[in-house]
Design a protein around this ligand. Structure first.
Ligand code: TYD
Ligand code: MG
Length: 430
């Protein structure tokens, strides 16, 4: 392969490479970190605020970004929009699709034009043959390229069907070589099944600079984009989007919407959670229903199933709320996924409230929704979690002044006592 000026992002190649044999190499020269020169490369802004933020302030030229997500979640839409915005400000772009025909891509782009000025300016290549794609990259020299998706491409000299582990790894590896050598930022789209299965994207995580996960339920409108790995920024960032007729729209006031929609009925509680560095209030709902099934159902949406098992066990052992043989359903409303331990208390309060059939209430909530956060210990204690002040501030911003937390209640039993009256007391009050 033709060698070009090495990118500042790639490790330098020394001449000793590949000669092999013990002792055959010439020693490299380590440099004191303080003497290492760092280049501040200006980033490429996709002008999709949430995407740029999750990337750590835009795309780094020459970097390789993997965007994973289940089919239909909006990966093609998001990458189309990003390229459209970049094309609109005069960046050279290329959209390579192994999934859709150029005509299909155009149809989608037409829907996006209302919000994405350059949507129809993006050059497309509908192709699955890797060699053709690499040759096109070298010839066209785009600054930003989307490969949709890595599982559909095929290296002709390798055995194995497209999408097999060997093919996916090789395809991504060769794209990376060209991208780093030519300074092309590549957004690599990868499908992940609901269980995170399909070896595909997983095997690439170590290879790429940044791994973004696009999550949500296909049928719901809200989607979250998180960074699972980011060599150029924080990997705690997440953005919230909504799928509309004209593409993905950033949701900047997600807390306001979720709080307004919270029912405050039995089984409902607001979690003062964090999406990366940003506080987010979401409603957690539970339903506890008698069941004949053995074992009874334990269904979660937007949460980790094993977390529910733990919370139910602690509720039964340490707070006197047994759900026994009942079916338990727990949902995070709006299709948002929560995977922080700080959600434990919300699950516990929602389930306890559902099991008792009594809405949570506190002196200060005035009949409105109750908010909470906290991790549950195995002995029934509430454990502190990160950013309590930011969570409290966000809750207060939306009128939730009374927040149950490890600071207000050291144990789950005390937390329950503060917001869950017995059914009898509830009726008296009513
Ligand atoms: P898509 O981006 O193709 O998902 P992925 O590439 O992750 O498989 O789009 C997902 C769904 O979104 C698709 O079923 C149609 C819908 N959609 C809209 O609702 N509005 C739009 O403007 C677009 C482009 C798609
Ligand atoms: Mg797609």
């Amino acid at each position: 392969m033709e060698e070009r000026a090495p990118s500042p992002l790639a490790p330098a190649r020394t001449g000793s490479r590949g000669r092999g044999g013990a002792g055959a190499g010439t020693p490299g020269r380590p440099v004191r970190l303080a003497d290492v020169r760092t280049e501040q490369v200006p980033r490429l802004l996709t002008q999709i605020g949430e995407l740029d933020r999750v990337l750590g302030g835009g795309l780094v030229p020459g970097s390789l970004v993997l965007i994973g997500g289940s089919p239909g979640i909006g990966k093609s839409t998001l990458t189309n929009m990003a390229l459209g915005n970049l094309a609109a400000v005069g960046r050279r772009t290329l959209y390579v699709s192994g999934e859709e025909s150029a005509a299909q891509i155009r149809l989608r782009a037409e829907r996006l034009t209302a919000a994405t000025a350059g949507a129809l300016e993006v050059p497309v290549l509908a192709e699955t043959d890797l060699d053709t794609i690499l040759a096109t990259l070298r010839a066209e020299h785009p600054e930003v390229c989307v490969i949709d998706s890595v599982q559909t491409l095929h290296a002709a000299d390798l055995s194995g069907a497209p999408g097999s582990v060997g093919q996916v790894r090789e395809v991504a590896g060769r794209i990376m070589q060209v991208a780093k050598a030519d300074g092309i930022a590549v957004l690599l789209v990868g499908h992940v099944t609901k269980e995170g299965a399909l070896a595909g994207p997983r095997v690439l995580e170590h290879l790429v600079d940044c791994v973004l996960q696009f999550e949500g339920e296909r049928e719901r409108t809200y989607r979250t984009l998180r960074a699972l790995k980011n060599r150029f920024g924080s990997c705690n960032e997440a953005g919230v989007f909504e799928m509309r007729g004209s593409g993905l729209v950033e949701v900047l006031d997600a807390s306001a919407r979720f709080v307004a929609e919270a029912t405050g009925k039995p089984g409902s509680v607001v979690l003062a959670g964090m999406e990366g560095s940003r506080p987010l209030l979401v409603e957690v709902q539970a339903l506890v229903s008698p069941s004949e099934l053995v074992p009874p159902r334990r269904v979660v949406n937007g949460l980790d199933r094993s977390r529910l098992a733990l919370v139910l066990a602690v509720l039964g052992r340490h707070a006197g709320v047994g759900v026994g043989s009942a079916d338990v359903f727990v949902n995070v409303v709006g299709g948002v996924r929560v995977d922080e331990p700080g959600a434990d208390l919300a699950i516990a309060l929602a389930v306890a409230s559902a099991a008792r059939g009594v809405a949570l209430a506190s002196a200060a909530s005035g009949g409105g929704p109750v908010a909470c956060f906290g991790e549950l210990g195995l002995t029934g204690e509430l454990r502190s979690i990160a950013h309590p002040d930011r969570r409290l501030r966000e809750a207060a911003k939306f009128g939730l002044r009374d927040v149950v937390s490890p600071e207000t209640a050291p144990t789950l039993r005390q937390a329950l006592r503060s917001v869950l009256r017995s059914p009898a007391a509830g009726r008296e009050a009513a």
